[in-house]
Design a protein around this ligand. Sequence first.
Ligand SMILES: Nc1ncnc2c1ncn2[C@@H]1O[C@H](COP(=O)(O)OP(=O)(O)OP(=O)(O)O)[C@@H](O)[C@H]1O
Ligand SMILES: [Mg+2]
Length: 343
Amino acid sequence: MNNIITIENIIEAIPFAIIVINRDEELVAINNSASKILEAPKLKSNIVNSIRHPDLVEAIEQVFETGQAQVISWRTSRNRLDLYYDVSVKLMDEDHALIAFEDRTTVEQGLQLRRDFISNVSHELKTPLTSIMGFLETLEGVAKDDKAAQARFLGIMKEEAQRMTRLVDELLSLNHIENNSHLRPTETVNLDQILDQTISNLEPEIARNGNTVDFQKPSHAVTILGDHDQLRQVFTNLLENAAKYGGPDKPISIVLGDIDHQPLLRTQGVRIDISDQGPGIAHAHLARLTERFYRVDDHRSRQVGGTGLGLSIVKHIVTRHRGRFKITSDLGKGSTFSVILPQ
Ligand SMILES: Nc1ncnc2c1ncn2[C@@H]1O[C@H](COP(=O)(O)OP(=O)(O)OP(=O)(O)O)[C@@H](O)[C@H]1O
Ligand SMILES: [Mg+2]
């Protein structure tokens, strides 16, 4: 190995984007990571050409004037993605400063998710609460002596309270699944039994809309290593959706089958397809359906009591089982939700 270690060698070995500049703000050295985030950086050219950020120019001036290290935040974007960096400028010797870019994008994205989540939950709870408050006032006021109105309003209030209870239950469930996502399920479960059970539990709800269920399964038992309650939750959510959004008086089909080799899983697996003949879902929504609180038609979904958490729970459970979850849909024809699990 060559005994002379250069600045270039050192900064290339550091796992951050790093540049070195001189007093004239000219680029003296740059590592590979930095050349990816700066705009067409050229050695000896002024750094301002590569990062247009007034705070940075000021920080560099400060560093050369006072010798005190500076840290500033820099937000930029690439391919329409927002990127966040903490940029520190530190004097190396009288004429040189080192600028290091610490990527904070993942942290910022996490914070943004948390902000969105809190605002979604607050909004979901506020709507039924506002409605309950409104009816309480009416019950205390104009409807004080109106028995018929009281019964009607109490009924609505109960429904709203049920919606909030369901939301909280689903959030707790999601939290529990996420906390255990690293633990692989160890029970041997029988999928055709779980599906039979789910169908009979939901029978009243399915019949209410005039829907029917056709369940096709192999003649032998289909077992996998899984979590019984969670898998029941998966099929309940999917079947409930088919009944809620698949339109009235329509058949719902459930097909359970073995797959010898499942390319997506790179192993042997089982596949469960739950299909409805409802209005379908436009292509643009498909990729987002498993996001928390995502609903295609906010108004309609709310009317049927949906919180937009069901499919996100499904996705998390399937992931914990090291499986795949796929949605295909044809507008006007219906949708198929496929769960593929390793065996
Ligand atoms: N079978 C389906 N056909 C058409 N649209 C569907 C179907 N299943 C789900 N969707 C759409 O996807 C959205 C998200 O579904 P998801 O199950 O995550 O939430 P939800 O049913 O609104 O609420 P939750 O399941 O938490 O009660 C629904 O609001 C609905 O707009
Ligand atoms: Mg649902």
